[in-house]
Design a protein around this ligand. Sequence first.
Ligand SMILES: Cc1cc2nc3c(=O)[nH]c(=O)nc-3n(C[C@H](O)[C@H](O)[C@H](O)COP(=O)(O)OP(=O)(O)OC[C@H]3O[C@@H](n4cnc5c(N)ncnc54)[C@H](O)[C@@H]3O)c2cc1C
Length: 355
Amino acid sequence: MTMTQQNIAIIGAGIIGMMCARTLRDQGHTVTLYNKDGFPSTSSASYIAGGMLAPYSEIDHMTPDFIGACLHSIDLWRDFIKPRPDVHFTDKGSLLIAHQEDLHMLQRFAHHLPNDENKNVWETLSRPQLEDKESALPSKFQQGLWLKQEAAIHPQNVISALHDEFTQDEGMTLIAQSVTPNDIAGHFDHIIDARGDGAMHDDQNLRGVKGEIAIVHNPDVTFTHTVRIMHPRYPLYIVPRRDHVYMIGATQIETSQDDALSLRSAMELLSTLYSLHPSFADAKILGFHTGIRPSYSDNLPRITQRDNIITCNGTYRHGILLAPSLAEGVANAVQGTKINPIYTKPLPNRTQKVA
Ligand SMILES: Cc1cc2nc3c(=O)[nH]c(=O)nc-3n(C[C@H](O)[C@H](O)[C@H](O)COP(=O)(O)OP(=O)(O)OC[C@H]3O[C@@H](n4cnc5c(N)ncnc54)[C@H](O)[C@@H]3O)c2cc1C
């Protein structure tokens, strides 16, 4: 199919807006990117996100028909990083572990994983196998699960790399301004609305789910896999970044208020790190960050279209994971070709009439 070059506006420079801009630019379109807080968008949820590309770890938070799209998206991330060596990416899989008193949670979690007799997707690890993967893991962790196809990417590296490319690209215009699709209607062939939680005033179906993370530097220990510690309240992950920097997160709180991190959350995050390895007691805290996950009632993302406005939102805990695949879907919508139907399902309407 031959593609006509279009004049496209994108509102929002989080991971969704940036990856849509990159995909549409690569297809030869002219792109104008609006972002209310300038570039790169350091206050977006995307900028502070963990960057786990972890569909199986997140199996409780999505429907099984999303797994294929997630694995495809991880492949697209693999292609993305090839010409961009500054973007930190690892695909050694994730390790799931539990303290002795929470072992039942690990065992229960394994029941949610797909049957996998050939051990292509996941494997239960004994203590020696666990030690083989992460020699620093203390002996109190006697068992683990290895989710082999999972990966992690550093979202800030992605956003910075794309920002650098866009500023040198004549086909791209970056405008630091808050706009709505209605404000700029009539000026573009298509408008992509990627405002994340910034669209909540216009979309009554969106809600915010706050997440909090801590970043620490610990030169005294080396972990190379994403490690998830089973936690009674929410999944907590430790994601190793370059130079012995570790991210721990994230909390999950039903609120749209992006205010400061609470003392309770800080204690939970830091004590989990300390419980992973005692050397974290001397780690340096590099920062605490909070962000709002834009979410629909079923916590699944949507691509919707009204006239020439295409909206991509509701990525909840999975915006980094799914961004390349969603950007592909948005580009298909621009061209008028088929979008993966998992992204276009109507929202569930569970409201009952009051008699
Ligand atoms: C703590 C935390 C950890 C997370 N960890 C992971 C993870 O490990 N893996 C994963 O896949 N996902 C993770 N997520 C989820 C992921 O961050 C989100 O799903 C994703 O970032 C949402 O991207 P977005 O581009 O839709 O929204 P955002 O990142 O919020 O970006 C929206 C952008 O739109 C701009 N904007 C808003 N309104 C306007 C306007 N009117 N005009 C112009 N610009 C506007 C904002 O300034 C912002 O730059 C995490 C989220 C949080 C909070």
